[in-house]
Ligand binder design. Sequence first.
Ligand SMILES: Cc1ncc(C[n+]2csc(CCOP(=O)(O)OP(=O)(O)O)c2C)c(N)n1
Ligand SMILES: [Mg+2]
Length: 397
Amino acid sequence: MAEVHLPTTEFEEADAAHGNQHGVTDEPNADAEPMVSLLSVEGELTRDETYSPYLDALSAEELLSFYSDMATVRRFDQEATALQRQGELAMWVPMTGQEGAQIGSGRASKPADYIFPTYREHGVALTRGLDLSLLLRQFRGVSNAGWDPRETNFHMYTLVLAAQTLHAVGYAMGMARDVAAGLAEAAATIAYFGDGASSEGDVHESMVFAASYQAPVVFFCQNNRWAISVPFEVQSKVPLVRRAGGYGFPGIRVDGNDVLAVYAVTQWALEHARSGKGPVLIEADTYRLGAHTTADDPTKYRDRAQEDAWRLKDPLLRLEKYLRSLGLADDEFFAKVSAVGDELAAHVRAAVVTMSAKDIGASFANVYATAHPLIAEESAWQRAYEASFADAEGVAE
Ligand SMILES: Cc1ncc(C[n+]2csc(CCOP(=O)(O)OP(=O)(O)O)c2C)c(N)n1
Ligand SMILES: [Mg+2]
């Protein structure tokens, strides 16, 4: 007997009667969606009329530094994860796998641009010249932020999903006014957010405002396929990049594990925004190879086979192949990069074990006007946590 598909929702009934008029694909995550990808997994570079000129302008040193940045932040990420496992950090948010998306986009930004990260943009922080040990202050629990954003135009981490997209649009609108008044050079903001955060109302409101006011903002979504344990398929029924059309600005889907493509696409988008043409949405197709945070266990909700498939698309490996094929890098170069990573790891470790939480008590006192049992409980936990470092060498009181 032939299989009959019975519509189960009113939309499906409408689709059955009139054909699919909602632009809904059978597979929302369809790999068929066009994507800018310049450097293949095999390390071969293809040309693209729009984006290759941005790469032509790069010197050999710059190309090499794309690799060293990616390798350095991966080493940093490993060290921070180890520090958490050793009880030196309360939590860590790993970014391994997303180096291409983060280094490529961060390197495309200029010092005058202003970056609004989520909580996972350690690679972008590196490209902005932030001392990465400062990122660990919040995860050690000694600061609400950890650095002065004005020094690098790299804003504080935002843990409230998508809130920073609103901040980025408001800031960009202010920047545009400064430029119009002759007070500042043309610059843009980049609002980073995840596939999960894309479902927040804040992202919608940000995009409506950005479009209405032609704000110089680049919305950079790292679609790493997971929002903790929720797969992207649940998050959106259309590829995210298509949403830009609904707001009335360009959307570009880019291979997030191709650092060169991400760099070129973000350069294009930032130029578009800075020149007064309004916002751009970039959807970077990537993958979180590790856990959501050190408190998460991805083996409970996803297949090892999926992780293995993404390991083959590693952003570092393909650039290594390309640099070797050009004769720009040899074993000696990669050994040096590895030594730089080890130095950074030693630096952040030394910084973490001497971090002092002596001022953090006020944060608990300032939550409510009067005593509150939950705050008392949290404050006691924090004191016990601090006491656990007492035997560590050099801890300041
Ligand atoms: C407003 C809000 N709701 C829920 C959370 C809890 N939460 C933290 S991270 C996360 C998943 C975010 O996924 P995604 O946006 O894809 O970013 P990723 O963590 O994958 O980088 C959730 C639900 C939160 N921090 N803020
Ligand atoms: Mg995600």
